[in-house]
Design a protein around this ligand. Structure first.
Ligand code: NDP
Length: 297
């Protein structure tokens, strides 16, 4: 496998170490402990796992963690009332409402209820607007983690050709914006894109955020390109035993690793960085809310 494996687990640990240091600094010099509130509705098993990890890691870096669970049948108004209460709570610096919400709710209205200054997921229209017009807001965690890994690989990405496959509001679009800001020449591909293979083959950077197991074939990848695989897909793995499954990304890993210069694995690539960036965003939000600038060493 000629490609360098981008170790998201190790990278996430360095981000968490930095966050823990900043949290300790905030406590000792300002008497402030950042607080992250996570709100979950219903019992979607994947969401339950994410939330458990978020709560544990928040505590591990020394932040206060607040956790609120609602039944799947909860009324949207009651959920929004909780969000508004958290907006007013000075102990809460970041608010995350775990998506997806049950079908009877309008996700956009719930997200709009979050104070943009506490929107550590970066999904509020104020924050997406700021990202689109020059920055200064909260940046969505998954694209932020991808950007950090790309910057670590390349430093200056000016003039590089990047393709993002997927145009969701939470991954594809903000990722495209970040790479545009990094002076890449950006293509956004989606389900109506023609000749996806050709588009991918022209790119120095490929970010895959589709949600289809291994749909981006290894032989599409340009030799030496950097591949960031955001996709998380669970597929049957009969070789591991009856009824067993395993996780794969959106990129055909084995083939892509033969051609790429660097590639993220699934699992162990983008996933760990997403939670680390959530913690990082909570520190960023706490600093902005308190008008504090920490010295970086
Ligand atoms: P969405 O379903 O919201 O978006 C998927 C995108 O893929 C859409 O823009 C869609 O196009 C595009 N698409 C679908 N089929 C094709 C195709 N055949 N060719 C090209 N494009 C296609 O997904 P998300 O952005 O929310 O998530 C994408 C993946 O990333 C999922 O596997 C998800 O689990 C994972 N994920 C991982 C995270 C992590 O922390 N690692 C965090 C968030 C997501 P169109 O718009 O035309 O429909």
């Amino acid at each position: 496998m000629p490609a360098t494996l981008i170790d998201g687990k190790a990278f996430a640990q360095t981000v968490r170490d930095r966050v823990a240091k900043d949290v300790a600094g905030l406590k000792s010099s300002h008497g402030i402990t950042p607080g992250l509130a996570v709100v979950i509705v219903g019992e979607d098993p994947a969401s339950q796992v994410y939330v458990k990890n978020k709560v544990r890691q928040t505590a591990e870096v020394g932040m206060n963690s607040f956790h609120f669970e609602f039944e799947a049948t909860v009324d949207q108004a009651a959920l929004i009332a909780k969000v508004q209460e958290l907006n007013e709570d000075p102990a809460v610096n970041g608010i995350l409402v775990q998506l997806p919400l049950p079908k009877h709710m309008d996700e956009a209205s719930v997200i709009e209820a979050i104070d943009p200054a506490k929107d550590v997921d970066g999904f509020h229209v104020v924050n997406s607007g700021l990202l689109a017009t020059g920055g200064g807001g909260m940046v969505p965690c998954t694209p932020l983690g991808c950007l950090m890994m790309l910057e670590d690989q390349h430093g200056d990405m000016s003039g590089m050709k990047a393709i993002i496959v997927g145009r969701s509001n939470i991954v594809g679009k903000p990722m495209a914006q970040l790479l545009l800001d990094a002076n890449c020449t950006v293509t956004i591909a989606h389900s109506r894109t023609r000749n996806l293979a050709e588009e991918v083959a022209a790119a120095d950077i490929v970010v895959a955020a589709v949600g289809r197991p291994e749909m981006i074939k290894g032989d599409w990848i340009k030799a030496g390109a950097t591949v960031i695989d955001v996709g998380i897909n669970r597929i049957p793995a009969p070789e591991r035993g009856n009824g067993k499954t395993r996780l794969v990304g959106d990129v055909e890993f084995a083939g892509a690793a033969e051609r790429a210069g660097a590639i993220t694995p699934v699992p162990g690539g983008v996933g760990p960085m997403t939670i680390a960036c959530l913690l990082k965003n909570t520190v960023t939000a706490t600093l902005a809310q308190n008008k504090i600038e920490l010295q970086q060493d």
